[in-house]
Design a protein around this ligand. Structure first.
Ligand code: ATP
Ligand code: PAF
Ligand code: BAL
Length: 293
């Protein structure tokens, strides 16, 4: 496995792959790798001849007061896991490499799909993500880039970004990987105390129960959201949002007729958790074509 830290080194390695006719998939991460990330790597290996994983804790997506400093940085352990997983290139740039003229010198802003949901408490988050993902795609020029549906609004944002910047890359999504009790794997789970870790499975339970109740009792979207909110509070979590949107493009909806996703964020102690559950009828056009507003 090549371990590279600069864009010039990355280009050198990629040029060799291209000369051999190999196709490349990129998996962007912030490191502290777990089985969720490895599912992305596995999908990337199915798609492409060569897999590049980036590990970069992107300062632009953290607001002042968020956990940029504390975010777990475990590059040596990450390197070992990627080697075992058969990854070809680990790209771990320093901040100056990604932001030569400083964070904020150039930004990429995606509108509409970034409104509401996680933007409610993290208003600049998706601009930070869109900016760094654009840079990573330009640096690596992959044929595919693979994202997790755990960060659902991020995935939709990236699809809209790629479509509207006319970037020649396919965005591939991987379903949420969960612990046995249903908690979505996330690097931030390690912030949870053991008592809160037990309570954290209440997030996915609330989503499942709310969807089931909505379908059984013919609730509308607002009814499902209220149900999820109540379930979260009953499980001892502090809800930030619970929202039903159209699956795949996050259009706002009032009813449950068609492809839907219930998304939620909730707090436990100082830890913020997000999760989502897709439901309703399948809509291949929304999910496969990258169609966005
Ligand atoms: N449980 C999971 N299932 C599927 N994909 C995941 C999961 N966890 C993370 N990913 C995906 O891995 C990629 C990198 O995510 P990231 O490095 O931020 O990990 P994370 O565990 O989500 O960390 P954080 O706690 O910061 O949100 C993203 O595309 C994200 O959606
Ligand atoms: C996509 C990403 C790597 C951009 O920093 C990050 O938001 C993440 O890990 O989900
Ligand atoms: N997994 C998304 C990155 C973040 O929350 O900062």
């Amino acid at each position: 496995m090549h371990s590279v830290h600069t864009v010039a080194q990355l280009h050198e390695v990629l040029a060799d792959f291209r000369r051999a006719g190999d196709r490349v998939a990129l998996v962007p991460t912030m490191g502290n790798l777990h089985a969720g990330h490895l599912a992305l790597v596995e999908r990337a290996r199915e798609l492409a001849d060569r897999v590049v994983v980036s590990v970069f804790v992107n300062p632009a997506q953290f607001a002042p007061g968020e956990d940029f400093e504390e975010y777990p940085r475990t590059l040596e352990a990450d390197r070992e896991r990627l080697l075992e997983a058969g990854v070809d290139v680990l790209f771990a740039p320093r901040t100056g490499e990604m932001y030569p003229d400083g964070v904020g010198a150039v930004t990429v802003r995606v509108d509409r799909v970034t409104e509401g949901l996680c933007s409610g408490t993290r208003p600049d988050f998706f601009t930070g993500v869109a900016t760094v993902v654009t840079k990573l795609l330009v640096a690596a020029r992959p044929d595919w880039a693979v994202f997790g549906k755990k960060d659902y609004q991020q995935w939709v944002t990236v699809r809209r970004l790629v479509r509207n910047l006319l970037l020649d890359v396919e965005i591939e999504a991987v379903p949420v990987v969960r612990e046995e009790d249903g908690l979505a794997l996330s690097s931030r789970n390690r912030y949870l105390s053991s008592a809160h870790r037990e309570m954290a499975s209440g997030l996915y339970r609330a989503l499942r129960t709310a969807v089931r109740t909505g379908e059984n009792e013919n609730l509308d979207a607002r009814g499902v959201e209220r149900e999820a909110w109540t379930m979260l509070e009953a499980a001892g979590l502090d809800p930030e949002y619970t929202e039903v949107r159209r699956r795949g493009d996050l259009e706002t909806v009032t009813d449950l007729q068609g492809p839907r996703v219930l998304l939620a964020a909730a707090h436990l102690g100082g830890t913020r958790l997000i999760d989502n559950l897709e439901f309703g009828s399948p809509d291949r056009t929304l999910e496969d074509s990258g169609s966005c507003r």
